[in-house]
Design a binder for this molecule. Structure first.
Ligand SMILES: [Ca+2]
Length: 258
């Protein structure tokens, strides 16, 4: 029978935290989802090895992950670690473990973190115009949430679906994007340029719908939350207009005094 022997040391002074591995005998097996044998763990390639904080943000990869060095880990010296072979440590109280300071959201209503932003969802059951939604955010030192990627969209769509099931009253959701200044040229609320050839999940037909009167973008519930445009202020024709929006503030460093 194979037996793995290693020592795991956790160290913290209440500010900085470290994890230290001392390997004697260690064999990393390959999971079934990575093509490994589900019974023996034997795989077609070396396993992926690292530390995962469990929140999708805090992680680090072992320098020998997915290399054959893993097979001889106790005899290999990590160039980043002074001392004998078979030792590996990382600081674990930071965002990318061992690198950037961890970010957290303040303990108020802006508790939901996405990347370097803290979010608050606004939905009171009444209609907000785009300027009203912007003003609500500005009053709290925040701005309308800006969608940067497909991953942002997938994450947000899942949240909106759950939110909609819970409230049953969610309609459309403003995003921080308008072509008010120059028709057809969209600009994010924070002034960052909108790359028309980049990621932009517009709903089908938006080009025909967009005109000099419809300048504010929103996630359209009836079009699977794809982006559409609407008049920024009332009156809206044929529907009540967006009634929700998301404000975002910058996340702050965890324990900045450490
Ligand atoms: Ca327009």
């Amino acid at each position: 029978m194979e037996r793995n022997t290693f020592q795991l040391v956790l160290v913290t002074d209440g500010c900085k935290s470290f994890v230290l591995f001392n390997y004697d005998q260690i064999q990393f097996l390959q999971g079934g989802s990575s093509g490994g044998d589900r019974t023996t763990g034997a795989g077609p390639s070396p396993a992926q090895v690292g530390i995962n904080g469990g929140d999708g943000t805090h992680y680090t990869i072992h320098p020998y992950s997915r290399t054959t060095n893993l097979y001889n880990l106790p005899t290999w010296a990590d160039p980043a670690v002074a001392g004998p072979a078979g030792r590996w440590y990382r600081r674990t109280d930071q965002a990318l473990i061992g690198n950037t300071p961890a970010l957290v959201c303040p303990r108020n209503r802006y508790f939901r973190r996405r990347g370097d932003k803290c979010l608050q969802f606004f939905h009171t059951g009444r209609t907000y115009s785009y300027p009203e939604a912007k003003a609500v955010c500005a009053d709290e030192g925040a701005e309308l949430f800006i969608i940067r990627s497909q991953a942002d969209t997938e994450w947000l769509t899942g949240l909106l679906e759950r939110w909609n099931r819970r409230t049953g009253k969610l309609r459309d959701v403003w995003i921080g994007l308008t072509d008010e200044d120059t028709e057809g040229t969209f600009v994010w609320e924070d002034g960052t340029p909108f790359n028309v050839t980049g990621y932009a999940p517009w709903a089908e037909g938006v080009n025909e719908h967009n005109n000099e009167f419809r300048n504010c973008a929103f996630m359209n519930k009836r079009k699977s939350w794809l982006w559409y445009v609407q008049k920024c202020t009332e009156p809206w024709e044929n529907d009540a207009g967006p009634n929700s929006h998301i404000c975002a503030k910058n996340a702050v460093p965890l324990r900045p005094d450490c």
